[in-house]
Design a protein around this ligand. Structure first.
Ligand code: SF4
Length: 477
């Protein structure tokens, strides 16, 4: 079969990453990620004899008209595309455009949003044939293999992990596909030749990078997060020698030495991270990488080892400094340990970034400003400030529906982390957005942060970065 795998154009031409629990718009210090799920799926399909093409529309500023030309030129049998909550309407509308070009093309969507709201998404999008739920790669492969046989959609009855519209138009939800540990080691290395890796650059440094998935799943129960819903609540780590081999191939084939360890919480199993760091050090590859973490999963020794293995920045999910809020969302980290871990991170020579969410249950304007004060007192290099968004698939979504925090609205285009969508009894949407804007200004408009950022910027792109920074500041004025 000929399969086109698409990261669809985002609304208003924004640059949008859609990967697992992460839906983010790129900005000056968040970047567009290489679409690893599409590349993984395409690599697997290709290894099984299918002809594939991967198109990342946001990376190349492609709009719907460009996609239409691409489809007419490539003439795929199936189009597989990722979908995410804030862009789900336009993502799913893609299927009607595809069917208008050729009604015989099968349309297939995957991602966290459609995994959770599969039947609703199919009902609302009559031109969408199939939704792949959860971990997509092997489900996509089996689906394509089945579609290739005479009978097409009629062959999908036994494919686990899909919800689909059969030839008679009936929506059928097949049984779930078990999240097997074998999958993480069985997947082929993503074939980055399928995309233009140079289109993905580290923010500020402007160097090309690729993502490496060292593990899948997350054992923590944070109620605002969809990680466990998509890749499961059990941590599945890959064999260390496979990960090191994958890095070696990226260095040798693509001359890429910068990596983003894409994991729900990279340090969720510290002994695995120790083993991996030792493997990277022994390989002598001279690589640099970034990752995310929780403050209760690292210590000074591990941070030193990570630095030695090439880690130059860690993003910590801190969310709030208020113990009641943290307890309420089941992110039971010790707010008191944050300062120590950030200091140990810096002492190890690693840049520290924090993720903060305003407007979680129990938030008040006072607790939000107390959190901001604590953040400003930390020795951080970057901070991402978000408004709490109850993404479908999170426990917070169920809670928000039950408590009426969404004011009856289901406008998913508003589910973006720079916008507040929940009205709590304790804080209004406007107040959440106001504190977030205040936090951005208070954090970034400090001479020490401005000088750190300027030092990090590549000289070649300093002009471009400054223009982006000015645009960013305009949004938080
Ligand atoms: S630690 Fe919590 S926020 Fe982080 S990925 Fe796991 S569940 Fe999500």
């Amino acid at each position: 079969m000929k399969i086109l795998l698409l990261n669809p154009p985002a609304p208003q031409g924004q640059r949008f990453t859609r990967e697992g629990r992460c839906t983010q718009q790129s900005a000056i210090w968040t970047t567009l990620w290489p679409p690893i799920s599409l590349v993984y799926a395409a690599t697997l399909l290709q290894a099984n004899g299918h002809e594939v093409k991967v198109i990342d529309c946001p990376a190349h500023d492609l709009d719907l008209e460009d996609v239409s030309h691409l489809i007419r030129a490539f003439r795929p049998d199936t189009v597989v595309f990722s979908a995410a909550t804030p862009s789900v309407e336009s993502d799913l509308a893609l299927s009607s455009m595809i069917k208008n070009i050729n009604p015989a093309i099968y349309t297939c969507a995957f991602g966290t949003h459609v995994t959770v709201l599969d039947q609703q998404s199919l009902s609302q999008s009559p031109s969408l044939d199939i939704i792949v739920r959860n971990e997509p790669e092997y489900t996509i492969l089996e689906t394509i293999n089945a579609l290739e046989q005479p009978g097409g959609l009629m062959n999908l009855t036994d494919i686990s992990g899909i919800t689909y519209r059969d030839a008679a138009g009936v929506i059928t939800r097949n049984e779930a596909r078990p999240l097997s540990h074998d999958v993480v080691d069985a997947l082929p290395f993503p074939d980055w030749r399928l995309i233009d890796v140079n289109a993905y650059r580290l923010p500020l440094k402007d160097k090309p990078f690729v993502m490496i998935a060292p593990q899948r799943g997350c054992q923590f129960p944070c109620t605002f997060c969809t990680a466990g819903t998509y890749y499961g609540k059990k941590l599945r780590t890959r064999k260390v020698d496979l990960i090191v081999q994958e890095m070696k191939e990226a260095v040798e084939k693509f001359k890429i030495r910068d990596f983003f360890f894409w994991a729900e919480t990279f340090t969720a199993n510290p002994s695995f991270v120790r083993e991996l760091c030792n493997g990277i050090i022994e390989s002598n590859l001279g690589v640099s990488w970034v990752c995310n973490s929780r403050v209760d999963t690292v210590d000074g020794g591990l941070l030193q080892l990570m630095a030695k293995a090439g880690c130059w920045m860690i993003s910590y999910g801190i969310e709030s400094f208020n113990p009641d809020i943290l307890k309420g969302v089941r992110k039971e980290i010790e707010a008191g340990s944050v300062n120590t871990i950030i200091s140990l991170t810096k002492k190890a020579g690693i840049l520290a970034s924090a993720h903060i969410i305003f407007g979680l249950p129990h938030e008040t304007p006072k607790t939000a400003r107390q959190t901001l004060k604590r953040v400003l007192a930390l020795d951080l290099d970057f901070a991402q400030f978000y408004c709490a968004v109850p993404f479908p698939g999170s426990q917070l979504y169920e809670q928000a529906l039950k408590e009426g925090w969404l004011d009856g609205t289901h406008d998913f285009t508003a589910f973006r982390q720079e916008k507040a969508v929940m009205s709590l009894d304790t804080i209004t949407r406007n107040e959440v957005e106001r504190v977030r804007a205040e936090a951005m200004r208070a954090f970034y408009l400090r001479p020490k942060i401005i000088s750190r950022i300027l030092r990090l910027m590549s000289i070649r792109h300093i002009g471009k970065n400054i223009i982006s920074a000015l645009k960013f500041l305009k949004t938080v004025r």
